[in-house]
Design a protein around this ligand. Sequence first.
Ligand code: ZN
Length: 124
Amino acid sequence: MDEAGKHEARSGEAQLTMLVAALNALPMAEFLDVMRQVLPVQAANNADPAFRNDLMIVEVSTDQYDGEVDERLVAWPDRDRNGGGLGVYQGLWEEGTCSGCLSTVTSSAKRAICPRCGAPCGLT
Ligand SMILES: [Zn+2]
C-alpha cells in the first residue's frame, strides 16, 4: 500500500472510531431512530433478490439464576404517534405483543413500530 492508501485507510479507521463513539453516546430513543433509518437500507443493499431480507435488533435477556432466555424484537419509536418526537427517553422498558405479527417486542417508547411487519405497537 502506498502512502496515500495508508492515509486513506487511517482516515477511514478514524471515521469508524468516531461513528462508533457517536452511536454509543446516543440515548436509546435516538439510537433506535438512527437504526430505523439505517438497517432497512443495509438490508436492501445486501439482499439476495430471491428473498425479502430484514435487519432487526433483538434484545436477548438471560436470567442469571435459572438461565431462562427471553428474546424480544426491538421496535422503533413511532414519531407519528409521539408528536414528531421519540417518546420518553428511557431504556427498553416498554414491552408487548405486536398486533400484526404477534412478535414479542420491546422499545423505549410506548408507541412504537414493529420492525418485522410495520404495525403500530402499543406497549406498556
Ligand atoms: Zn409485527
